[in-house]
Design a binder for this molecule. Structure first.
Ligand SMILES: Nc1ncnc2c1ncn2[C@@H]1O[C@H](COP(=O)(O)OP(=O)(O)OP(=O)(O)O)[C@@H](O)[C@H]1O
Ligand SMILES: [Mg+2]
Length: 249
């Protein structure tokens, strides 16, 4: 099983949209067995798949070393849910005197044979749950939206990742993914600057902006089902193909 953390400490850059649609495409187009972990107390991925409840959530269970419930979804993706109670588990773990960084890695080791991919959707913050995800992951994908601060976001998270190398030496940055992309003169300048100056791989596919992305969240359907011909669906398909060509299992 390959574990991919979708992460950027900047909010609203398309992490959850990427996690959901990449997971769904790996199942529907590539016949992979996929576990999606919602590791964000906002619980957006859980809401999307209709598994958002008030009681202790699955990702909280992982931090507490108890068995999380794994839900099956109509999209064929299995999901471990999150909600605000993840913060309680996070605070409790932070206050404990036991080792704090390896709870998710220990849980995922037990799932190794059951899935081909585990995708972890993360919050825009370094919490204990985020550190656990980075210590459990093989790879990181960093979604960014082009603006003046996009590079700051890349630098902040890549610095954190480099600092965690002692705890997880296998962790590598699979690439930077441009999301919510719209063609404009400014964006072309920003993109070529990024491609020239970023020391990490920038995926050649750009996820195009499309109104269908937000609409799909109301219908709780992956883009491939809700609007397969939308620019965002087409480019997510292309991105997953590109990812698999380079790093697939
Ligand atoms: N390609 C796209 N086209 C249009 N809208 C998009 C696209 N990608 C994301 N969005 C919209 O941008 C908003 C933020 O996306 P998303 O929730 O995926 O970001 P996030 O990084 O997970 O945010 P957070 O940091 O709060 O977890 C959402 O309203 C989403 O519908
Ligand atoms: Mg999110």
């Amino acid at each position: 099983m390959k574990t991919i953390a979708i992460i950027n400490l900047k909010g609203g850059v398309g992490k959850t949209t990427t996690a959901i649609n990449m997971a769904a495409l790996l199942v529907s187009k590539h016949k992979k067995r996929v576990l999606l972990i919602d590791n964000d107390p906002q619980g957006n991925a859980s809401q999307f798949f209709g598994h958002y409840y008030g009681c202790m959530c699955g990702s909280g269970n992982i931090l507490e070393n108890t068995e999380p419930y794994i839900y099956q979804t109509a999209a064929g993706v299995d999901i471990i849910d999150a909600n605000i109670t993840l913060l309680d588990a996070d605070n409790k773990l932070r206050a404990s005197t036991e080792r704090q960084d390896n709870r998710m890695a220990a849980f995922l080791e037990k799932q190794n044979k059951k899935y081909d991919y585990c995708i972890i959707d993360n919050p825009p913050a370094i919490l204990m749950c985020t550190i656990n995800a980075l210590c459990a992951a093989d790879e990181v994908i960093v979604p960014i939206m082009l603006d003046n601060w996009a590079m700051d976001g890349v630098e902040t998270i890549t610095t954190q990742i480099e600092e965690l190398k002692d705890l997880n030496s296998k962790l590598k940055i699979a690439g930077i993914l441009l999301t919510n992309y719209r063609r404009s003169d400014e964006n072309e300048v920003a993109e070529s600057w990024l491609r020239k100056n970023c020391k990490y791989r920038v995926f050649s596919t750009r996820i195009r902006r499309s109104d269908k992305v937000t609409a799909a969240t109301y219908y709780k359907e992956p883009l491939e089902k809700y609007s397969p011909r939308s620019a965002a669906a087409v480019t997510y398909r292309k991105f997953v193909n590109e990812y698999l060509q380079e790093s697939g299992v």
